[in-house]
Write a protein that binds this ligand. Structure first.
Ligand code: TXA
Ligand code: MG
Length: 382
């Protein structure tokens, strides 16, 4: 197995990526082999509580300037940051995550004014982009736009588009501003695994692969940003293609355009990067049980219940003598609380040595759409 920094020559040329995608052949296994994991001598975690914030920001910034990668908190999940204009640094992100090179990264900018340095915005969608960024930035909305030529192809997996957002997290914003360059950052987990919402979760995923984790406690949103692209329409509000449901809800976006789901593709032959069906998977099989009566336990197996409201008010509680019950929003059933706890609870249950996790559905409105999306993806076995 190859350990260490990915050599330049391993960075795939974007034209070869596109050619592969045109054939429609899998390429998954062979391309995946390009990005082996990576070793560093030590992974340091530094606290970024109020009085230590400046120290943490400086340490992170220094490493990013040297072309290193750093785990940073955002308001959604922890991200694995690299200088977006440094292709060798970005290659380290792919290596540390074992992420296939066809899966592009989100670029984070420090201010709305920086958008023009990473994207070229067509006239016909400029008013919409201005409305959306005024309403939701800084915050958990990612917009797919035509890419600026300065953004290296490795960031966008050779696509002509770039996904951009401005994080609302004070630490991330401060690092972004101090670096003075856009930051490419996927979630700080190994590819296909549960996204981290705490520094300890990042450590479990990437210890020994990255030099620094900045610990600023739990993430405020708990699920990754909403991702959209914009299709203008003559004389009508634009269409927003929803590539990933997230904290900015369909209901909120509907004030500015018509929201439609973007097409999804299988894991085997992704036509469009960024649309893999299976993701966020615990190692323990997770079964999303839409109806309690569908539960068919096997003799001698240990099952845990991932419940929405928990003991007080769940039609699933009395179904079985559960080995473990964890609830997303104990008692009150609040979707915002459920989103914050989702990945934490999934990780906790994954570590409990169960034979299967049985997940209850949540109502599919507002943030519930993002939660159900993550539960469905977690229950898809690749
Ligand atoms: O909240 C978030 O978005 C977090 C924090 C760290 O910002 N980031 C995150 O990144 O979730 P990641 O890499 O785990 O997920 C980004 C998704 C991927 O599914 C990727 O394929 C998709 O965005 N994506 C990126 N660029 C794209 C593009 N140009 N077109 C379509 N999808 C794209
Ligand atoms: Mg991710």
């Amino acid at each position: 197995m190859f350990f260490g920094v990915v050599p330049n020559s391993f960075i795939p040329h974007p034209s070869s990526l596109r050619a592969d995608e045109e054939t429609g052949k899998s390429g998954f296994a062979s391309r995946r082999a390009i990005w082996q994991n990576r070793r560093v001598s030590e992974t340091r975690t530094i606290q970024a509580a109020d009085d230590e914030m400046q120290e943490a920001v400086s340490a992170a910034c220094e490493l990013l300037q040297q072309g290193e990668i750093v785990a940073l908190p955002t308001e959604t999940v922890y991200g694995l940051a690299a200088d977006a204009f440094n292709p060798e640094a970005v290659a380290k992100v792919f290596a540390a995550k074992e992420r296939p090179s066809f899966d592009p990264l989100i670029v984070h900018i420090a201010s709305r004014g920086d958008l023009k340095s990473v994207a070229i915005i067509p006239e016909e969608i400029l008013p919409t982009v201005n409305q959306l960024t005024a309403a939701f930035w800084p915050g958990p909305l990612t917009i797919i736009l035509p890419k600026h030529p300065d953004v290296p192809d490795i960031v966008t997996s050779g696509l002509p588009t770039v996904a951009v957002r401005q994080s609302a997290h004070p630490i991330f914003r401060a690092v972004n501003k101090a670096l003075g360059r856009p930051i490419a950052a996927p979630s700080a987990n190994r590819f296909g695994r549960i996204s981290p919402t705490s520094a300890s979760a990042v450590s479990k995923e990437l210890d020994g692969r990255i030099p620094l984790i900045v610990d600023a406690g739990a993430c405020a949103e708990g699920v990754e940003s909403t991702i959209i692209s914009i299709e203008p329409r003559e004389g009508k509000k634009p269409i927003f293609k929803l590539h990933r449901a997230g904290p900015v809800t369909k209901e909120q976006l509907q004030d500015y355009g018509k929201v439609e789901k973007a097409r999804e593709v299988s894991n085997e032959a992704p036509q469009a990067p960024g649309q893999l069906a299976s993701h966020y998977a615990p190692r323990t099989p997770l079964i999303l049980l839409e109806k309690p009566e569908d539960f068919e336990p096997e003799e001698g197996k240990r099952y845990g219940l991932l419940s929405y409201r928990g003991e007080d008010d769940s039609p699933y509680i009395d179904l079985h003598d559960w080995e473990m019950v964890e609830s997303l929003s104990p008692g009150s059933g609040k979707l915002a609380e459920a989103a914050i706890r989702l990945f934490f609870v999934m990780r906790l249950m994954d570590e409990a040595g169960l034979d299967a996790i049985i997940a209850e559905p949540v109502s599919e409105t507002g943030l519930g759409v993002a939660i159900m999306d993550r539960l469905r993806r977690a229950s898809t076995r690749a």
